[in-house]
Design a protein around this ligand. Sequence first.
Ligand code: SF4
Length: 386
Amino acid sequence: MKEAVAGELAAAYHSGIVDEVRANDFQYRAGRLTVHLAREFGFCYGVDRAVDYAYQARRRFPDQNVYLTGEIIHNPHVNDRLRAAGIRFLSESAAPWDSLGPNDVVILPAFGVTVADMARLADQGCTLVDTTCGSVLNVWKNVVRYAQDGFTAVIHGKIKHEETRATASQALKYPQGRFIVVLDRDEAQVVCDYVRSGGSAPAFLARFGDAVSPGFDPDRDLERIGCANQTTMLMSESLEIGEMLRAAMAERYGEADLPRHFRAFDTICSATQERQDAVIALLDTRPLDLMLVVGGYNSSNTCNLARLCADRVLTFHIAEPECLVSGDEIRHRPVGAPSTTVRSEQVSRGWLPTPNPLSVGLTAGASTPNNIVGEVIERLSQYATL
Ligand code: SF4
C-alpha cells in the first residue's frame, strides 16, 4: 500500500525547485536576489509518516467513512488536501463521536490524542490508524514512569496544544499521577519560587488554572517532580527551564537527596532540534536582509523558528505562498505569541528590502511540505527581481 500512495504523495508535495536549491548548496539566485535555505527544514519523519498513513488509510478502506480526530498536522494546505481526498475531520464534522462504530476508520494525528479519547474510540469498536509519532510516544513513556513512581510531570508546553493535552493525560493513568504545564520561563519561575519558599496554594492554583491535574496540591505535588516537554518547544528554553527547576529542587532538598525529588530527560525531538540548529547556523553564517518562516499559524515548531529568527533579523511568519501578496504587501502572523494563541493575520507594506544584492533566509516548520516552500521561492523571486 505504501508504494501505491507514493506517486500520489510525490505529486502533491514534491518540489523540483527545492531539489535544485538543495543541490546548489541550499542557495537560489535570480537577479539581485539570493535565497539561503536552512539545511534542515520542512516535513519531519513524524509528519512524513502520518501523512503517508492517512493516504494509505483512505485507499485501504475505500467504502468506509475515514475520519481524523482533528488536524493531522498543523498545516492548512495538507489538511485541505486530506479533506479533498474524502477524509472527514471529527473536530468539524456534524457526526458526533457517539455515532462512531465498527464501520468507521479513525486516524489519530502525529501529536496523539488523550488517553480518554483513545479509550472511547476503541470502546466504540472503530478501526484506529494510529500515526502518533515515536518521539511523542517516548515522552509519554517517561511521563507514565513518573506517574508510576509518584513524581509530578512538569511539562514545558502549551496546555491548549493537542500534544501537551495528550501527554498530560498519560500522567493520569495512575492514581498518584499528577501534572503541571508551564508555558515559559516566567511560569517555571513561579513553580521554582513555590518549591523554594512555599506560598499561597489558592493563588498558585489560580495562576495555573486548568494547566494542572485535578485536585493538584502544590504543597504535596511539588515535592517530587520530573521534567518533560512538548516536543516542539524551543530547545534552549526547555533546557533552561529544566535547569531552573533542578536548581530550585536542589536548594530545597539538597544535592545529596536530589535524585529522590527530581528527574529530567531530554524530550525535544531530534527533528525540532535539527530545524532550530539549522536556522541558528543560517543566521550565524549569512548576512541576511530578511527571513521568511513558512508554516501553519498554529504550528508550534514554526512559531518557535520565527521567534528564533526575529531576535536577529527582520522576520515574517507566513502560512502559504499567497501571503506574499505583492512586492509591497505581505500577510503574516505577528511573531512572539504561542501557537495556541489566536493572533489575527496582519498585513504589512514595504516588506521587501531594497538593497542590491538582496539576501533572504528561508526555512519551514516540520509540517510544511516542499511544494509550498518551492512556491514561496518562486513568488519571492518574481517580486524581488521586478
Ligand atoms: S515534530 Fe518531532 S515529535 Fe512532532 S511529528 Fe515531527 S518528529 Fe514527531
